[in-house]
Design a protein around this ligand. Structure first.
Ligand code: NCD
Length: 331
């Protein structure tokens, strides 16, 4: 049988020096969404679309062949860690995963973050770090000569999640300007909320924040929204916003951030998106969630075409492929 020869999608091997293509991201740490302006966002989204095409047509490429990523996760993760591994491997690179096994690494012997980072950079070309402390990614970046990518620093930021969230909004609805976005749940400790809110300041949108009183958006983030002159309102009730939103961004109450578990118990089951609630929403809108969900979205909503959270998961891989390529100078 004659095998059909699939034409190459991009001639990666003969591409010119990539520095000029990477839009200033080569060699850079990715710590906060504040590093991204519209031009950089557009660049990453264009690359992410190419990565999707690449995966759909060929599955993988050799773009990052020989490159090594150290994935150091001090907090639980399924999607972020798996997609950072998948992204690297689909581009031909490889990964040192220190993920499920932080407890088996020298971290458990009391090694400092600084020493762990200075060790890993001896082996790896890029370090992906998730850590329970706000600011940990910046500390790591200060010690490392190789790029550090923040995969979530406590209740601080989660920039790569925000990029994939914004990308998902654009892919699902075709545009961002003019949209009304509601964020629901734990706006206080939810780092994905903080990062996405900050990113959305670049657009002409309105924001609705829905949370229990004790889980309202931190004042620092709220002030940034107000300074950006964005139309913003807060409420405790999803019913107040459901009929008029284009994006419903639902989040988990971040149990691990509470010092008083009784307080967590009080607010944990405040919201549940149900088919009844969805019946009142616009025909063209999307429900998103960074996942994991622990009861905020009823499983019967999954069949609703507006439920975008698993497409959102997949977009995470494309965005991380685009980012790794850019940071490693192979855009
Ligand atoms: C989020 C996180 O870790 O901040 N998950 C993720 O990265 N997809 C949200 C969460 O844990 O609730």
């Amino acid at each position: 049988m004659i095998m059909e020869k699939i034409p190459p999608l991009f001639d990666f091997d003969t591409m010119p020096e990539p520095e000029t293509f990477s839009n200033g991201l080569t060699g850079q740490d990715i710590i906060s969404v504040s590093q991204f302006n519209l031009e950089k966002l557009r660049y990453i989204f264009e690359r992410a679309r190419e990565m999707r095409e690449l995966v759909e047509r060929r599955g993988s490429a050799d773009l990052l062949k020989g490159k090594i990523e150290a994935a150091l996760f001090y907090e639980p993760s399924t999607r972020t860690s798996a997609s950072f591994i998948a992204a690297m491997e689909r581009l031909g690179g490889s990964v040192i995963p220190i993920t499920q096994g932080v407890q088996f690494s020298s971290v458990s012997k009391g090694e400092t973050l600084a020493d762990t980072i200075r060790t890993l950079e001896q082996y790896a070309d890029v370090i992906v770090l998730r850590h329970p402390k706000i600011g940990a990614a910046q500390v790591a970046a200060d010690y490392a000569d190789v790029p550090v990518i923040n995969a979530g620093d406590g209740a601080g930021e989660h920039p790569t999640q925000a990029l994939l969230d914004l990308f998902t909004i654009r892919e699902e609805l075709g545009h961002v300007d003019g949209l009304r976005v509601a964020m629901v749940g734990d706006l206080r400790y939810g780092r994905t909320v903080h990062s996405l809110t900050r990113l959305l300041r670049h657009f002409d949108i309105s924001l609705r924040f829905v949370s229990p009183e004790i889980l309202r958006l931190p004042l620092t983030v709220m002030n940034e929204v107000i300074d950006a002159k964005i139309d913003v309102r807060e409420t405790h009730d999803v019913a107040d916003v459901i009929e008029n939103v284009d994006v419903l961004y639902v989040t988990r109450v971040q149990k691990e951030r509470f010092t008083d578990l009784a307080q967590y118990e009080e607010v944990k089951n405040q919201y549940e998106i149900t088919p009844e609630l969805m019946a009142r929403a616009k025909k063209k809108m999307v429900v998103m969630h960074p996942l994991p969900r622990v009861g905020e979205i009823h499983y019967s909503v999954d069949d609703d075409p507006r439920a975008a959270y698993f497409r959102q998961v997949r977009n995470g891989m494309y965005i991380r492929m685009a980012l790794l390529a850019a940071v490693l100078g192979k855009a």
